[in-house]
Write a protein that binds this ligand. Structure first.
Ligand code: ADP
Ligand code: NI
Length: 214
């Protein structure tokens, strides 16, 4: 039964994100699901809760589904329709509420399952994939890649983080380089170190090329 619910959740989000190109897409949820499962096995967390929360974590995203965001209506309807127990539904909903990055206002999830999902979601913003997502997001939001005159704004509140205008390169300083120090689980910490290095190498190279030095 558990396997069938997960397969249905994969189909559900594939359909849900079929017209989304903003960086929140089916493949993001799919990667978070894969990575969260790997972390969960190492951390001995409950796989069903981790996988449901990973797959559904963006199904009520504020930007994509503002009307269901508050109460997580899409995630709950999916789980109810597929016979998921109430206890599990409430654990999954709690994780979805805790998982999102919100600058200085981010929270540490209470359960080990939530910690695995949050780590996987953050890891997907890092490394080679993270770099690609950042530029895809920047293009989608009409941002310039880089402007040396616009300085990064570290330490933003949730409101500031969601509303300020900046460049894609600044996003690395404002968010992506900070994720390495924010992992909850030891399984994720090992992956984060590698992805952080890859981003630093890339940005060093970018800035040298920008000045015609490479
Ligand atoms: P979350 O998955 O926590 O909801 P966001 O919605 O903040 O994350 O971001 C989704 C993706 O878009 C991430 O890969 C993130 O790094 C990228 N992104 C978010 N804001 C920016 C930005 N201002 N510039 C470039 N990339 C961004
Ligand atoms: Ni996400």
């Amino acid at each position: 039964m558990e396997k069938i619910v997960i397969e249905k959740a994969i189909c559900y989000i594939k359909e849900f994100f079929s017209n989304e190109y903003s960086g929140h897409d089916y493949w993001h949820s799919y990667r978070v699901y894969k990575l969260a499962s790997r972390i969960a096995e190492e951390e001995h967390a409950d796989l069903l809760i981790v996988q449901l929360a990973a797959l559904l974590h963006d199904a009520d995203d504020r930007k994509i589904s503002p009307n269901t965001h508050e109460k997580k209506g899409n995630a709950i309807s999916f789980m109810k329709q597929n016979g998921v127990e109430d206890q599990i539904i409430s654990e999954v909903v709690k994780i979805i509420e805790e998982v999102s990055y919100a600058g200085e206002d981010s929270v540490v999830p209470q359960s080990i399952e939530g910690k695995c999902v949050q780590d996987a979601d953050r890891l997907d913003a890092m490394g080679a994939i993270g770099i690609a997502r950042a530029f895809a997001y920047g293009g989608n939001h009409n941002r310039v890649m880089h402007d040396p005159d616009i300085k990064p704004n570290l330490y933003m509140t949730k409101e500031e983080y969601q509303n300020h205008l900046s460049t894609t390169i600044n996003h690395f300083y404002e968010k992506l380089f900070r994720l390495n120090g924010m992992m909850n689980t030891s399984a994720a910490k090992k992956i984060a170190v590698h992805r952080d290095q890859a981003m630093h190498q890339y940005i060093d190279e970018f800035l040298l090329e920008w000045e015609g030095e490479r």
